[in-house]
Design a protein around this ligand. Structure first.
Ligand SMILES: [Zn+2]
Length: 171
């Protein structure tokens, strides 16, 4: 699964101040970490710091990389009601398969819990979200956990199992 290494964190203000100062998707630097300026996620987070579904907010940014990567990127995190860190992702409001593109107006901020729930109701569209591999892994973990929770009906678990089967193609 995900081997995410955290190199440091910064406040939302620190991150957005630097991001908003760049021109034409140039690289930019926050706390000595060089970041890609053309990230769709940063575009969405710059527009809204809140999950479009549950409305929890981004609390900080973390500079993270996968074990194999040389460069890090910034991930946005908030906290759920139990004070667990929750990763923020982007959602294509109109799925790409239905004509929605990467235009900033079609991108919205969504926490990964809500993205996973959306997966349940809109499962054929899940893979239009263009999530990074590490984000897909997080959603996969969450869905796997759901199957083990006794409060869900067999019908619901069957749906989740079908979604998990699709994940295997993409991870
Ligand atoms: Zn949410």
């Amino acid at each position: 699964m995900s081997n995410r290494i955290r190199l440091g964190t910064c406040s939302v203000e620190e991150f957005l101040n630097e991001y908003r100062s760049i021109k034409d998707s140039a690289r930019f630097t926050v706390c000595e970490h060089s970041l890609k300026g053309n990230s769709l996620r940063y575009k969405a987070f710059n527009k809204s710091l809140y999950c479009a579904k549950c409305e929890i907010g981004i609390s900080f940014f973390a500079f993270e990389k996968e074990e194999k990567d040389t460069h890090c990127h910034a991930n946005a995190y908030g906290y759920d009601k139990d004070r667990n860190e929750i990763l923020f992702t982007i959602d294509h409001i109109i799925p790409k398969s239905r004509g929605g593109g990467n235009h900033p107006l079609n991108l919205q901020t969504m926490c990964y819990t809500c993205n996973a729930e959306k997966a349940d109701t809109l499962d054929e569209n899940l893979f239009n979200f263009k999530l990074k591999k590490s984000d897909l892994n997080l959603i996969y973990n969450l869905l796997t956990k759901r199957i083990k929770e006794p409060e869900h009906s067999e019908e619901y678990k069957k749906k989740i199992r079908n979604i998990i089967k699709k994940f295997d193609k993409f991870r």
